[in-house]
Ligand binder design. Structure first.
Ligand SMILES: *Cc1c(COP(=O)(O)O)cnc(C)c1O
Length: 401
């Protein structure tokens, strides 16, 4: 993965003549001039060797697309206004009335909301599979299944699935796979090459990524990407992208371009801090289970270890705890309210640590069998001093004692 980071930073950008700086200009335009009518007629908006209209991209967005494809090991990339828009674009492009889509039961909540809302209204059905059971996934594939969503680790409860086996099943059954790769960010594992050296490659067809999280890193941009390795599949997504007009603003693109060279360092820092705090959380009696893929007690730990282990293994900056069932909702809320450095707020990937108590039972098809009973609180670790964060959780725990 380290070579990809170097390629990402040494990306072949050609600066304007006479201004040899490595930083890109921020090119903003709706109109692009054509020298002649003949040029206007012959230039194709789908062809990225030239420009036709701002919505289809400028040198700034082309550069970000190429760098993100490099980061994730893909070939083509589309930018959309949010991570959720990336999930929506995949669905809108690939599903039609009569089709079925499969999602893991621990999928990102708003993606479940999309399939239960608009998609169902358009005659597209869905099933939720057990993310810890590839056989359950396989059993739910039918002739109507046109897309399988994957998430590693899963949202909020952070179970790590047997991604390799699930992708193999979908490849054998010839069903397209789309991974929500926000957690892995192109750093924890290579989504298009899950088994190094395998031929044909064992990899997902589509990687969707909320750039809002680690690629932005600042908590000040909302953006998403959809990366592929197949030109035909990319074109299908691109046509839908064009028809819906869901482009992005170049000032936002600039912010992501500026943050991208430090993504590996930041991801590592979030990871190290989260693991240190998760290990400490295991020693606190009020937490009956700590969910972080690098911990043995966390569901799917062995799958994480097999897929994400280079020298130290790689994981994002998230972990969740399950508070003992003797604490009710009010006490869990009081614990979260008592935190000072951890702020109450959604999202993750920025410098500030965040906390959210979840009513997990309302988000799943029942309380997952692999989790101990209790209430779930998710921490997202920012870039503060770890000792300060630990002291903050320790003082907040006093409200439960
Ligand atoms: C945050 C997130 C999204 C959505 O990203 P937004 O840019 O906030 O819309 C999608 N999937 C996962 C796993 C996320 O964490």
């Amino acid at each position: 993965m380290s070579e990809r980071i170097t390629d990402l930073i040494h990306h072949a950008y050609v600066p304007p003549a006479g201004f040899e700086a490595p930083q890109l200009g921020v090119f903003k335009a709706s109109t692009v001039f054509f020298p002649t009518v003949a040029a206007m007629r012959s230039r194709e908006w789908k062809d990225k060797t030239a420009y036709t209209y701002g919505l289809h991209g400028t040198p700034t967005s082309y550069a970000l697309e190429e760098r993100l494809a490099t980061l994730e090991g893909g070939e083509q990339c589309l930018l959309v206004p949010s991570g959720l828009a990336a999930l929506g674009l995949v669905a809108l492009s690939l599903l039609k009335s009569g089709d079925e889509v499969l999602l893991p039961d621990n999928a990102y909540g708003p993606n479940k909301s999309l399939v239960e809302g608009e998609l169902l209204g358009w005659g597209i059905t869905h099933q939720y599979y057990n993310p810890m059971d590839p056989e359950d996934l396989e059993a739910q594939i039918s002739s109507r299944t046109k897309l399988v969503w994957l998430e590693a680790a899963g949202s909020v409860s952070l179970e790590f699935p047997d991604l390799v086996e699930m992708v193999r099943i979908c490849q054998r059954r010839k069903v397209l796979t789309a991974l929500d790769n926000t957690w892995g960010a192109g750093l924890a594992f290579a989504p298009f090459d899950l088994v190094p050296g395998a031929s044909p490659a064992v990899g997902v067809d589509i990687s969707a990524h909320a750039l809002t999280k680690y690629p932005s890193g600042g908590g000040d941009v909302l953006m998403g990407s959809v990366i592929t390795r197949d030109a035909g599949l990319h074109l299908k997504l691109k046509l839908t992208h064009m028809r819906f007009g869901i482009g992005v603003g170049m000032n936002d693109v600039e912010l992501v371009l500026r943050a991208l060279p430090s993504i590996a360092l930041r991801y590592r820092a979030h990871d190290v801090a989260a693991r240190e705090l998760a290990a400490w959380a295991q020693t606190q009696a009020e937490f009956v289970q700590v969910l972080h893929p690098a911990l043995e007690e966390s569901p799917g730990h062995a799958h994480w270890k097999a897929l994400c282990s280079d020298a130290e293994g790689r994981a994002a900056g998230l972990f969740s705890v399950i508070l003992d069932a003797r604490f009710g909702r009010a006490q869990t809320d009081a614990f979260c309210d008592a935190l000072q450095l951890f702020r109450l707020g959604y999202s993750w990937g920025g410098p500030i640590s965040l906390v959210v108590p979840y009513e997990l039972e309302t988000m799943r098809s029942g309380w997952p069998a692999h989790l101990l009973p209790g209430t779930l609180v998710r921490f997202s670790i920012g870039l503060e001093d770890v000792a300060d964060l630990q002291a903050d959780i320790a003082q907040a725990l006093q409200v439960l004692r």
